[in-house]
Design a protein around this ligand. Structure first.
Ligand SMILES: Nc1ncnc2c1ncn2[C@@H]1O[C@H](COP(=O)(O)OP(=O)(O)O)[C@@H](O)[C@H]1O
Ligand SMILES: [Mg+2]
Length: 372
């Protein structure tokens, strides 16, 4: 009896244990499933994180490599750890000079330095990554900015000088008018004496040159106001040639007027006369005795072109891009104002002027004026 009872208890216990086991097993299965799902989710999350890190890395790389600033990172022993495209090109262009300049800055801060005519702005920062110490150099080429700054301060000085010059010019003009008038009267009176009329002729020539210089100074200091009208190009040229004839004769210059009689321009006649006068005057100065000056024209619905070519000494290539800057002269008695005024006038017309030259061969200035 006792034995039987024991047996039934054993079975019961076993059944109980089995039940517990089976419950535990299904709970384990459930937990395992949950764990599996969690692992899958974490795996996906990791994948996404990795993708983001990769993308972020690529973004940082792209920014570094394409930054318009030069970026260079060096270790404390000046071993280059990283450099972007700009830094690479700058080092190639300026070589050791550039690196020596950079490495002379070892403290964090903002600096400026120059290599000959090239100016750089530099930011230096220190870094420490996994016990690697070093410096980060970020730099920009600020040459154009510097030139603009220098030009601005020069322009301010020029404006002041201009005001002064305009005052003086006005004061010279009045007595000059009288000198011209009296000399003309005198010249008429002594017309029989060719030796003396040569002298009065020289005075009149000098007066014209001074007058032209004064017109240039006044134009330089004032804002150019353009009063456009349709006109014949040949009329402008004829007037200027009349004025400069004596100078051309003195040098025995061959002047070829190849202007088409029917070509017109839409411009301020007096201002364009002043331009042509300056250009032909320069051509006269540039050619030797028996030199040649040719003036041609072209016109269509859109624009008119006047070109003045001489076979004089020409303009050095490095001077060509500075031609229109005021006070650039190679002449002992030049003002260096002529071409800057020509430029100002042509730009005020919405036009353009293109110089071309080969030393010891020729120089040409092509004026292009819009026809509206
Ligand atoms: N046709 C030319 N041939 C050679 N050089 C020229 C010519 N035109 C201008 N130049 C150069 O450009 C300089 C500036 O000319 P410009 O502004 O008219 O001033 P300036 O005649 O007073 O020197 C001249 O000094 C000269 O060196
Ligand atoms: Mg001149």
């Amino acid at each position: 009896m006792e034995k039987e009872t024991k047996k039934s208890i054993d079975i019961k216990e076993l059944q109980e244990a089995f039940k517990i086991f089976s419950e535990a097993s299904s709970s384990l299965t459930a937990s395992y499933e949950a764990l599996k799902t969690e692992v899958e989710r974490l795996k996906d999350e990791l994948k996404e994180k990795n993708r983001q890190i990769k993308e972020y890395g690529e973004l940082v790389d792209t920014i570094l490599m394409n930054s318009s600033s030069g970026i260079l990172t060096v270790s404390n022993t000046y071993e280059i750890l990283l450099k972007n495209k700009i830094a690479d090109n700058t080092i190639k262009n300026f070589g050791k000079d550039f690196l020596n300049n950079l490495y002379s800055f070892t403290e964090s801060g903002i600096y400026e330095f120059n290599i000959k005519e090239n100016y750089f702005k530099l930011s230096v920062s220190k870094f420490n990554m996994n016990n690697i110490f070093g410096l980060i150099y970020i730099f920009d080429d600020i040459t154009t900015l510097k030139i603009t700054e220098i030009e601005k301060s020069r322009n301010e000085k020029l404006t002041l000088m201009g005001e002064m010059a305009a005052n003086i010019a006005h004061q010279i003009r009045n007595p000059l008018g009288s000198i011209e008038l009296f000399t003309s009267i005198l010249q008429r009176d002594i017309s029989a004496d060719t030796e003396k009329t040569k002298l009065t002729g020289a005075i009149l020539k000098g007066v014209k040159t001074i007058n032209n210089t004064i017109s240039n100074i006044l134009l330089f200091t004032k804002d150019v106001k353009v009063n456009k009208q349709k006109c014949y190009i040949s009329d402008i040229i004829d007037d200027v040639v009349l004025y400069l004839m004596h100078l051309m004769k003195d040098k025995n210059i061959i002047f070829q007027n190849k202007i088409n009689e029917e070509d017109t321009a839409y411009c301020d006649v007096e201002l364009i006369k002043q331009c042509i006068m300056n250009l032909i005057h320069n051509a006269i100065d540039a050619v030797d005795e028996n030199g040649k000056i040719v003036v041609t024209s072209f016109c269509n619905e859109k624009h008119s072109v006047i070109e003045i070519t001489d076979n004089g000494k020409g303009i050095p290539e490095e001077f060509l891009n500075r031609l229109f800057i005021p006070f650039q002269t190679t002449k002992a008695k030049g003002t260096g104002l002529g071409l800057s005024i020509v430029y100002k006038i042509i730009k005020a017309h919405g036009g353009n002027i293109i110089p071309e030259s080969k030393q010891r061969e020729y120089t040409s200035f092509k004026i292009i004026l819009p026809n509206k």
